[in-house]
Design a binder for this molecule. Structure first.
Ligand code: UDP
Ligand code: MG
Length: 340
């Protein structure tokens, strides 16, 4: 967080002339058997249309990332890729989670593409926004964030928790973009830069804005899920939320120190009154004070240990330098001319 580059300096050479890009759509899929055929259809059609309109170059593809699905998703994906070379499939060796799945896809796609857009498999994010993403890329943006217009399609609970979460993140000093959920375009240059970040605790939404390339925002409408149900369980959501905070900010650690100081002052005050009482000979039983003090210190100590433990755990995981995902199979076919 602290060494964020000054973005003012990075918007100067936007004039650089860009070629029509080879675009890859990176689509993470975890148990998406109900929706995947439909999604492939819609995404494939959109790419073909963009190709006809001269907005993307030949060789653009949809790259699915199977994130260890336990249903028929992988089989369906292979069928789709067999039918049409426009579809490619990266299959991970297990369920690594949404963030790692899109990272795997982006890292694979950057070998072929000039620009990559990550989009969910459930068609919730309006695919028509691609035109604006591309326009912004052509005028020099290296990162384009898709930001949702509203949260109509979410329940009260998700809406409320999301808003509170973004507030908390900002309070803790992380400049995540509110209502941006990994629907995002990145140029190859930005992806190559992202490849240099080796952290295991990956929170792309927080990390990418700190990279400082020319960036832009595109607004889009969110629809209800095409089919199936959300793959973000409550615990997956909590993990993402916690990762977001602890991987982007050390402020909670500092807050412990501040709390410690406040308690030190408070207990100092209590200590003085107790001594004054003793000197004056008022040896009151003092049951309440004793109990309060030990309850408070106990509670605060435990919370603090918990927060420190969270960071120690993160450090432990980082020091292992484990790969963030492993690829099991990869399907990618050259498109031949007559298929166009
Ligand atoms: N996803 C994934 N791995 C997971 C969970 C989800 O790759 O462990 C994918 C999922 O298939 C979808 C995207 O991440 O393409 C977003 O998930 P979902 O739509 O279920 O989340 P929501 O929109 O409800 O937040
Ligand atoms: Mg969704």
């Amino acid at each position: 967080m602290e060494n964020r580059p000054d973005r003012e300096h990075n918007t100067t050479d936007r004039a650089e002339k860009r070629r029509i890009p080879i675009l890859y759509l990176v689509v993470p899929c975890y148990n998406e058997e109900e929706v995947i055929e439909k999604s492939a259809l819609v995404m494939g059609d959109k790419l073909k249309k963009l190709g006809r309109e001269g907005k993307i170059a030949a060789g653009s593809k949809v790259m699915f990332v199977n994130d260890g699905s336990r249903d028929r998703t992988l089989r369906l994906l292979h069928e789709i890729a067999d039918r049409d070379a426009m579809f490619s499939v990266v299959s991970l060796s297990g369920n690594y989670g949404h963030q790692s799945a899109i990272l795997a896809g982006m890292m694979m796609a950057r070998k072929y593409a000039d620009a990559v857009v990550t989009i969910d498999a459930d068609l919730q994010q309006d695919i028509e926004a691609l035109d604006q993403f591309l326009a912004s890329y052509m005028s020099g943006s290296d990162v384009v964030y898709g930001v949702r217009n509203d949260r109509h399609s979410d329940g009260i609970f998700k809406k409320g928790t999301a808003t509170a979460y973004y507030k908390l993140m900002h309070l803790l000093g992380s400049n995540v973009m509110a209502n941006h959920a990994d629907y995002r375009l990145m140029s190859r240059k930005a992806l190559d830069a992202l490849a240099e970040y080796k952290e295991t605790n990956l929170f792309l939404r927080g990390l990418i804005p700190t990279m400082g390339f020319p960036s832009d925002v595109v607004y889009f409408d969110v629809k209800a899920r095409e089919a199936g149900h959300s793959k973000y369980t409550f615990s997956k959501m909590m993990t993402l939320a916690l990762d977001g905070i602890t991987s982007m900010s050390v402020r909670p650690l500092r807050m412990i120190a501040v709390l410690g100081f406040i308690f030190f002052l408070f207990f100092g005050g209590v200590g003085v009154t107790v001594i004054v009482d003793w000197v004056q000979g008022n040896n009151v039983p003092g049951y309440t004070t004793t109990l309060l003090v030990s309850l408070l210190t106990g509670g605060v100590t435990l919370i603090s240990l918990g927060i420190i433990g969270e960071y120690v755990g993160k450090i432990y995981m980082e020091t292992k330098h484990r790969p963030r995902y492993l690829i099991d199979t990869f399907v990618w076919k050259e498109e031949n001319a007559e298929e166009k």
